[in-house]
Design a protein around this ligand. Structure first.
Ligand code: PMT
Length: 222
């Protein structure tokens, strides 16, 4: 039990930045590489969980012993999360999900024409918020990438999206956030700050977060 506190639990983790098509060769995306989500997946697997890793737009290799789902868009990610939802024990949304997508993805490459081109965007579903509304026994961990007022935005997201933990990275700090092998985060729960973490590798942080989740799950049961 000590080495495998998540045995018998299914952990679903999202990673990467969703890719929203403009046409067959162009898209809108963001700087997420998937490193944080993949580190979490490896940690969950090490702690004995059954792991489903749902990744958008990343070239990272699939971690051993993990069920891998590769896809592109926020809508596809939402459907994959839904499909696994009924027996999910822990959901961790480390993906950077695009808030908007082009209203229409063109079937053919858009040709160069006038001096300006207007793209109309429509809102994507908020996956974490939607799952938060459907939550029964699932333990939910959200992420937040912020540039200012970390605590206020983090607590607002945690409550609005009905999360059990929220991991906030200040993406203005060197060694934190998108693309780096390290991260610097503050961890929040419903009562506020749980811990302000020093800079650590995403692998170490992944293990810390999963151990904390395992401990909290144990407390809920008792
Ligand atoms: O992949 P890396 O290069 O390692 O970078 C890691 C990271 C910086 C991407 C990661 O640590 C991180 O912070 N991920 C969340 C980034 C983000 O988009 O945060 P947000 O504040 O936009 O969203 C808040 C939460 O809601 C997130 O858990 C997000 O997955 C979720 N969300 C957001 C929008 C949406 N439509 N659906 C969602 O589920």
């Amino acid at each position: 039990q000590a080495q495998a506190p998540l045995r018998g639990h299914k952990v679903v983790i999202t990673a990467g930045g969703t890719l929203e098509r403009i046409d067959p060769v162009r898209y809108i995306s963001n700087d997420s590489t998937g490193k944080m989500g993949f580190a979490l997946a490896k940690a969950a697997q090490q702690l004995g969980a059954e792991v489903v890793l749902i990744a958008a737009n990343t070239s990272l290799p699939s971690p051993a012993g993990v069920q891998m789902i590769r896809l592109e868009s926020a809508q596809e990610m939402y459907e994959a999360v839904q499909e696994h939802w009924s027996n999910t024990g822990i959901l961790i949304m480390a993906a950077a999900v695009a808030d908007y997508r082009p209203k229409k993805a063109a079937d053919r490459k858009i040709k160069k024409a006038g001096d300006t081109l207007t793209l109309e965007l429509v809102k994507n579903i908020d996956i974490l918020e939607t799952m938060g509304q459907q939550k029964s026994s699932q333990f939910m961990i959200g992420f937040a990438a912020e540039t200012d007022d970390l605590e206020q935005y983090a607590m607002d997201k945690l409550k609005r999206k009905n999360c059990d933990l929220l991991i906030a990275n200040d993406v203005t700090r060197e060694g934190a956030g998108f693309g780096t092998d390290t991260n610097i985060v503050h961890i929040y729960d419903r009562n506020g700050l749980v811990e302000a973490m020093p800079m650590m590798s995403k692998d170490q942080l992944g293990l810390y977060i999963l151990e904390l989740a395992a401990q909290r799950l144990e407390e809920y049961k008792s």
